[in-house]
Design a protein around this ligand. Structure first.
Ligand SMILES: Cc1cc2nc3c(=O)[nH]c(=O)nc-3n(C[C@H](O)[C@H](O)[C@H](O)COP(=O)(O)OP(=O)(O)OC[C@H]3O[C@@H](n4cnc5c(N)ncnc54)[C@H](O)[C@@H]3O)c2cc1C
Length: 318
């Protein structure tokens, strides 16, 4: 029986995947199954979010890795035979998806930004190629089709508590040859720019590290966070890597993005496409960022930014 599966470790990611899972399942009347860790909430939330069936995975022991669930999920997939499995394109999700695809001897399309079903049933997946300059369409001749989707690509569906569905549990995973011997927290900046409502992006047009303070001032006034281009984090080490926006960094989806001294190369613009309003301050009127921007100011950021700060202070009374 064809059907759509979604698998995610985190509730919010599972809810996002349910949105696209539902979209692909409803037109052909097949079931959406959410495979999620058993966190004691009994899965009602996933049924309200669009799942017809929730399959709960037993919690893993402290020394077990995510891989321990692989044989259980692969065996279930062989039995249920879904035609599509969606996972979140997090570091762990992508790793897991590749292992699952290998076990099921099928293909995997990573970082899909859109998916649709053709009339003949073929699932077409879209992903960015050539550093974001082109969109590639991918189909997979083997079954099931497996795809990973970057977080925040789809909004979670509004909860419908009237929906009905089935909830069941899978058996605990068998002993795994992989043992987790230590867990270390990755050093991160305290801000999460992927969730920010406004992002002020510092580009190479900024001359000194201490000048980032003017971007911070602007960010505080608009209730946002500071992000940066790759040269600022990777080459100059002025800001941590997790604030780098773009192809090799994070994707942001704020209501407002302001680029200060950002040229707007495609690898950066790829990470800001989801922003509702893009503003740019650049002294070069031919800078590519102006092609992506809704509002552009041609000028020196050292003249323009203090003026923006002053106007916002007047407007907000701060
Ligand atoms: C495989 C690959 C992956 C990449 N991934 C990423 C990524 O994820 N994110 C990313 O950002 N980049 C990425 N890059 C790098 C990317 O190609 C660009 O080099 C980078 O985005 C440029 O950063 P920038 O705009 O800060 O610097 P620059 O390109 O040097 O631009 C600086 C801009 O500031 C302007 N300027 C200078 N002084 C002032 C001033 N006083 N006032 C106003 N404007 C001023 C200039 O006119 C210029 O347009 C990647 C590259 C590759 C090859």
């Amino acid at each position: 029986m064809p059907g759509v599966w979604i698998f995610a470790e985190k509730k919010d990611l599972a809810q996002e995947l349910l949105t696209i899972g539902r979209e692909l399942a409803s037109p052909i009347g097949v079931k959406v199954t959410a495979i999620v860790p058993d966190q004691g909430d009994q899965g009602d939330i996933y049924i309200a979010g669009g799942a017809d069936e929730v399959v709960l995975l037993s919690p893993l022991a402290e020394d077990m890795s995510l891989d321990a669930w692989l044989p259980v999920i692969a065996a279930e997939a062989k039995k249920a035979d879904p035609d599509l499995i969606l996972l979140a394109a997090t570091a762990r999700g992508k790793d897991f998806a590749a292992r699952l695809a290998a076990r099921l001897e099928t293909g995997l399309c990573s970082n899909c930004i859109a998916l649709h079903r053709e009339e003949n049933g073929t699932i077409v997946m879209e992903r960015l190629a050539y550093g974001g300059a082109a969109v590639q369409q991918v189909t997979c001749p083997t079954r099931p089709v497996i795809a990973t989707i970057p977080p925040r690509t789809f909004a979670p569906a509004p909860a419908d508590h009237g929906r009905l569905g089935e909830i069941r549990k899978l058996p605990p995973p068998p002993p795994s040859p992989v043992r987790v011997i230590a867990r270390k927290t990755k050093e991160r900046s305290s801000q999460d720019i992927t969730e920010a409502k406004a992002v002020i992006c510092v580009g190479r047009g900024m001359e000194k590290q201490e000048d980032i303070n003017i971007a911070r001032q602007l960010a505080d006034l608009v209730g946002g966070e500071v992000g940066c281009t790759r040269p600022i984090s990777e080459e100059l080490h002025w800001l941590p890597d997790d604030l780098c926006i773009g192809l090799s960094g994070v994707q942001v989806k704020p209501d407002l993005y302001i680029g200060l001294g950002v040229s707007g190369q495609i690898q950066h613009v790829t990470g800001i496409r989801g922003a509702r309003v893009i503003c740019a301050v650049n002294k070069d009127e031919n800078a590519p960022i102006f092609q992506a921007a809704d509002l552009g100011i041609v000028g020196d950021l050292y003249d323009v930014t203090p003026k923006l700060v002053e106007e916002l202070q007047k407007a907000t009374g701060r």
